[in-house]
Design a protein around this ligand. Structure first.
Ligand SMILES: NC(=O)CC[C@H](N)C(=O)O
Length: 504
């Protein structure tokens, strides 16, 4: 049975996921078999495993850092908010149903069983499990239904490191306050404190750390500096959406839909030196990009309504009318079609017109499509004709199925061992595909950017895409290096070795 360590944070976005990913990397470098675990994620950024099961992206990143294949055991429950009151509940990688929070809590008993089963299976295979909590572990109104924070620490008998975010301010108050709200037995489980996202002079911080230790009687295991790394983070509070990029040669605008999903699709473009990717949620900020990208969304119809109301749909149509390219992925592709129908109320219910830029009709079904695919572009129209014949890989996650009503098929895709089927459309300079990760293969992003540069008359040369796998490996090493330098790793190993007394 594996030893365990758990990362909890005083609030969302304190940097738990990255600290956990960094520790996974360090343990791997030190020769341990390590795996990440988070009982429950609330996120719209998901991933399809080799077995065709769906899980949150944060544990995929951590698994990559740990050098292992992601498994749904690492994230047994995924909640994908469909609107403000309900979420699609995914258990063991498969859709259970859409539920409100109250309905969800009614299933707690069986969910606890699933969580325990997944954790035990995982722990049987590894030396160390790095667990991650969610949000704040001191939400006293929710504690009764907790299955992801202290509940999990107790189940796994995991010593807890509590992370505070100094960048957002109030770090001492949030640490002391969180400790005060714990039950005595929970307080016992906390074995160390991490101050995260520090910038400035450590000598000025140190007196505060001494006082903190006196107050809560827990050691500070590290002060981690603010690190400018390019690693997938959890979606809801992602800093990438507000990042002000310097202007690159190619300007890409991603419409920042309220229910945006799988925005990791755009990482390969974002990592190219000549490219600027901007996330836009106001028509006034759109400017005149070289291409508009419509991302995936958990609620295609509601997000299209949002664009219709705030003028972004009109801006996309104007951009398209000028002959400039628009590329939609999954929900973004569905929006570009003529009609959206939701007879079973899977998303918004009813029927509405799409943008009408591609000849397709989407119907939201009861069953989810969830597969990993390989594909080849057909004869592609317009500015991206250079994509024709290029191979790609990716995955599909959607409830909708789209019937093509003419136009040019974008590609053929196939699940392992299955026959190829048509996917997506290209019509003039409008493109749409169901495949997430379609830009990941070096040739695809490189060809898109070269085509855009050529269309602007800048260069006729082929720009190379970034090798995403090597790029990510380097980022994980830099993360591990930053953490190693600033955390007392001897103390961390001691904490892991000693474990906790709980339930003995
Ligand atoms: N990932 C997505 O963009 C999903 C699109 C849409 N909400 C569907 O389920 O069909």
């Amino acid at each position: 049975m594996a030893k365990a360590i758990m990362i909890q944070g005083t609030m969302s976005n304190a940097g738990k996921s990255l600290v956990a990913a960094g520790l996974c990397r360090i343990f791997k470098q030190d020769g341990y078999k390590v795996a990440p675990f988070k009982a429950q994620n609330m996120a719209l950024n998901s991933y399809i495993t080799r077995e065709g099961l769906e899980m949150g992206r944060a544990q995929v990143t951590q698994a990559e850092a740990a050098g292992i294949e992601p498994s749904v055991l690492m994230n047994p429950i995924l909640l994908k908010p469909t609107n403000d009151t309900s979420s699609q509940v995914i258990v063991g990688g498969e859709v259970m149903e859409n539920m409100s929070a109250k309905e969800y809590y009614k299933h707690k008993k069986e969910l606890v069983f699933k969580v325990k089963e997944a954790y035990d299976k995982l722990a049987a295979q590894y030396d160390i499990i790095v667990l991650e909590g969610a949000g704040s572990p001191a939400e006293i109104n929710l504690k009764e239904n907790d299955i992801v924070n202290m509940f999990m620490a107790k189940m796994a008998k995991a010593p807890v490191l509590l992370v505070g975010d100094i960048d957002r301010g109030g770090v001492f108050a949030s640490l002391v306050g969180t400790m005060a709200l714990f039950e005595p037995e929970e307080r016992e489980l906390v074995k160390g404190i991490i101050i995260n996202k520090f910038r400035g002079d450590l000598s000025i911080l140190e007196p505060g750390l001494c006082q903190l230790t006196d107050m809560i009687h827990k050691p500070v295991t590290g002060v981690i500096p603010y690190m400018n790394l390019d690693i997938d983070d959890e979606d809801s509070l992602s800093e990438r959406f507000s990042k002000k990029n310097t202007a690159g040669l190619v300007d890409l605008a991603v419409i920042r839909l309220p229910r945006i999903s799988n925005f990791t699709d755009f990482n390969p473009l974002e990592s190219m030196a000549s490219v600027t990717v901007r996330y836009v949620d106001h028509a006034a900020d759109l400017g005149d990009p070289d291409m508009i990208l419509l991302p995936g969304t958990k609620n295609t119809m509601e997000d299209l309504l949002w664009m219709r109301q705030n003028g972004l749909e009109a801006s996309v149509l104007k951009h398209a009318a000028k002959g400039k390219p628009v590329f939609g992925i999954c929900g973004g592709y569905q929006m570009l079609g003529r009609t959206l129908k939701d007879p079973h109320g899977t998303e918004h219910g009813g029927q509405m017109a799409g943008m009408g830029l591609l000849p397709g009709e989407t119907i939201f079904e009861k069953e989810k499509t969830r597969t990993r695919v390989t594909g080849t572009f057909d004869k592609v129209e317009g500015v991206f004709s250079g994509l024709s014949g290029i191979k790609f890989e990716g995955y599909e996650i959607h409830m909708g199925t789209t019937t093509l009503e003419g136009g040019n098929i974008l590609s053929h895709i196939a699940e392992e061992g299955m026959d190829a089927k048509a996917d997506g459309l290209s019509c003039g300079n409008i493109y749409g595909s169901y495949v997430h990760g379609i830009f990941d293969c070096g040739d695809v992003a490189g060809t898109i950017v070269s085509s855009l540069l050529r269309a602007k008359g800048i260069s006729g040369e082929q720009v190379a895409g970034v090798d995403m796998a090597a790029y990510k490996e380097r980022q994980y090493d830099l993360l591990a290096e930053g953490i190693r330098k600033n955390m007392d790793m001897d103390m961390i190993y001691r904490i892991i070795e000693e474990g906790v007394d709980y339930g003995k």
